[in-house]
Each structure stands twice: as structure tokens, then as C-alpha cells.
Write a protein that binds this ligand. Structure first.
Ligand code: ADP
Length: 335
């Protein structure tokens, strides 16, 4: 496997703020890799260190086996797509996309054929003469992508590139981005705070929290085998059972997390490894299922009730119910 990126012991502070704390990361050539975490967790700073827009205080940045820690952005074989697209407003689509080719003094006819090719890939033929202000958000995003891809960078850095789009368009662009990445076989390093986006697009994900990486894993493992309470809580809905409660009430020696789809309501408890009494705080209709928010002592648990003609919802807020689950469905958490 060829390594596209290697970060070793990266630390970065802004005065008192620790933006990155001992970051270690390896990304393979051709991977779709996401940096996922809440706002302020260090994702953008990490991307800037990779792109050369920020220097780390300590540590090394290696791209394709070349140390680039102090190499300026334009000498790295990477390109960046920002959320605000950063298009030149006075230039039309064609001029925006061919800008870097012009700087490199590529012959005019070669520029033209490259621009035609890339515009057809991002489905923007016929829009060559339009200014950014005459395009929709999704089209502007495609221009920004075309402009970044035209140089065939080995790595594309994307900072919340779909953040400004509405949900439907975002889902469509997620699909198109993934296709582009497959087609070009470029390494994508993708910053997002949207867990669904990261889970659906990525080969692997790094979960950021307060400048640290909590877990690096496939989407499947991030969801099914979260290593820490933070990851379990950040990804999807989950219930966290702390160690002291687990010991006292369930005779189990570890803190753990459990997904709502694995918690059964008022089922035959003899069939399950764990069972507790809880009261219902709220019932939220979600379309194809109800979310049942429950509480026992100071622990919150979420269960689901899927809509089914043969299985109507026969519980209400305030009811006491039995919640049961199996050991194979829980994930032990690190202390
Ligand atoms: P994210 O991309 O996950 O939202 P950032 O990498 O932008 O997080 O920020 C990480 C932390 O560093 C935050 O606390 C942020 O306020 C701080 N920070 C980022 N850039 C600067 C800067 N230029 N000056 C001072 N603090 C900054």
C-alpha cells in the first residue's frame, strides 16, 4: 500500500487554545478519509496543516514519502476545496476552471480540451460563459470541484464542501463526489461535522474531540464498535451505561454503550441477558418508527418502536416498562 499522508505527533496551539494535540494519522493512496467531529474540535486546523496553510508547532507532515512540514501550499501536490468555494466573481466558469492552467502557461487549445473534459465530468457543459453569481449553490460547488480537479492533484482536501447546500442537494452531491473520487482515484481528505455524511461516504473516519483523535476506523466499526463514550455518543443515537451503574444494577463489570435498535421493550426477559425497569419520558414520532426516551435513576436510554400494523404502540409517556438486551449487542467502553 502506498501512503498518501503521514502525520506524526502533530501539535498546534493558538495562544492558550490547543487546536491539535499529538495527532498521528496514516492515509492510504486512493482512500476517502473523513475528519469528523463537533465544531472547534480541530478538524480544519488539521486540514490546514496537511495543505500547508498552517505550520505545526511540533511534528512531521509527510506526503507520498516526502517531508513537506515546511513546504508552502503551492509546492505540495494537493488542492483544497473550501466551503465558500472561493471562486473569482468577475470570471466566468471557463476562466475560473482554467485559471491555474493559464498561470502555468499551458497552450490555449490544450486548456480548452482539459476544461471541456472536466466540465463534462462535473456536468456543467453549456455553462462556460456564466459568472458564479448566475449559478445555483450546487453548480458553484461543481465549478469549485472542477477547478481543483483540473490539475489532477494526488490529494484533494475538502473543508465542509457541501455545508452551504440544502439537504436534498447535499445528498445528491455526496453521491456525485463519491463517484468522482472513484473515477479519479484521488485521495480525498474530507472535513465534516455531519456524521451521516461521513458514515455514508468514507472508507475510514477519524473522530476528533478537543484537538485529539478518539478513534480511526471504518464507518461500520465506528458505528458498531465505538471505543469511547464520546464516539458512541457522537455517532448516531446511543445509550451510555456508566461502569458504576452497570456494576450495581446489572452485575456487569464495564461501562458500555447500546444502540436503540438493540433495546427491546416489554419483551420476554428470560430471552435476554440484561433487563431493567425504566419510565418513559417522551415518545417522538420519526416517520417509520417511534423513538422512546426512557430513564432509570439518572441514566437515559433510548429504544425504538417500528411502525407495524400487527404491533401497534401500546405505551405512553409516564409508563413503567421493561427494557431488555443481549450482551452481544453492547460495546464495552474504555474507562
Ligand atoms: P473545527 O474545524 O473542528 O471546527 P478548528 O480547527 O477550526 O475546529 O479549531 C480548533 C480550535 O482552534 C478552536 O478552539 C478554534 O477556536 C481555535 N482556532 C482555530 N483557528 C484559530 C486562529 N486562527 N486563531 C485562534 N484560534 C483558532
Amino acid at each position: 500500500m502506498i501512503k498518501a499522508l503521514n502525520l506524526r505527533n502533530i501539535n498546534k496551539r493558538y495562544n492558550e487554545t490547543v487546536a491539535l494535540s499529538d495527532i498521528n494519522l496514516d492515509i492510504e493512496d486512493g482512500e476517502f478519509f473523513s475528519l469528523l467531529g463537533p465544531s472547534g474540535s480541530g478538524k480544519t486546523t488539521c486540514l490546514k496543516v496537511i495543505g500547508g496553510f498552517e505550520e505545526p508547532d511540533t511534528g512531521d507532515v509527510t506526503l507520498f514519502n516526502e517531508d513537506v512540514t515546511y513546504t508552502p501550499p503551492f509546492k505540495r501536490n494537493v488542492n483544497t476545496v473550501f466551503q465558500d468555494y472561493a471562486l473569482f466573481p468577475h470570471m466566468n466558469v471557463e476562466e475560473n476552471v482554467s485559471y491555474s492552467l493559464k498561470i502555468k502557461k499551458i497552450p490555449k487549445n490544450e486548456q480548452k480540451s482539459k476544461v471541456d473534459e472536466i466540465l463534462s465530468i462535473v456536468k456543467l457543459n453549456g455553462y462556460e460563459k456564466r459568472k458564479p453569481s448566475e449559478l445555483s449553490g450546487g453548480q458553484r460547488q461543481r465549478v469549485a470541484l472542477a477547478r481543483s480537479l483540473i490539475n489532477r492533484p494526488k490529494i484533494l482536501l475538502l473543508d465542509e464542501p457541501l455545508g452551504a447546500l440544502d439537504l436534498k442537494l447535499r445528498e445528491q452531491m455526496q453521491f456525485e463526489l463519491k463517484n468522482l473520487q472513484r473515477q479519479f482515484q484521488i485521495t480525498f481528505i474530507y472535513v465534516t461535522h455531519d456524521q451521516q455524511e461521513a458514515l455514508s461516504m468514507s472508507d475510514r473516519i477519524a473522530i476528533f474531540n478537543e484537538g485529539k483523535i478518539e478513534q480511526i476506523d471504518t464507518p461500520n466499526n465506528i458505528y458498531l464498535k465505538p471505543k469511547t463514550a464520546f464516539v458512541a455518543d457522537f455517532i448516531g443515537t446511543t445509550s451510555i451505561i456508566p461502569k458504576d451503574f452497570a456494576k450495581k444494577s446489572l452485575k456487569y463489570n464495564y461501562g458500555f454503550s447500546i444502540r436503540p435498535e438493540n433495546i427491546n421493550i416489554n419483551s420476554n426477559i428470560a430471552e435476554y441477558d440484561f433487563s431493567i425497569n425504566a419510565s418513559i419520558n417522551d415518545i417522538q414520532f420519526q416517520g417509520s418508527y417511534y423513538k422512546i426516551l426512557c430513564q432509570t435513576e439518572n441514566i437515559n436510554l433510548t429504544a425504538l418502536h417500528y411502525l407495524d400494523m400487527k404491533n401497534p404502540l401500546n405505551i405512553k409517556i409516564g409508563d413503567n416498562i421493561q427494557l431488555s438486551w443481549n450482551k452481544m449487542d453492547i460495546t464495552n467502553l474504555d474507562d
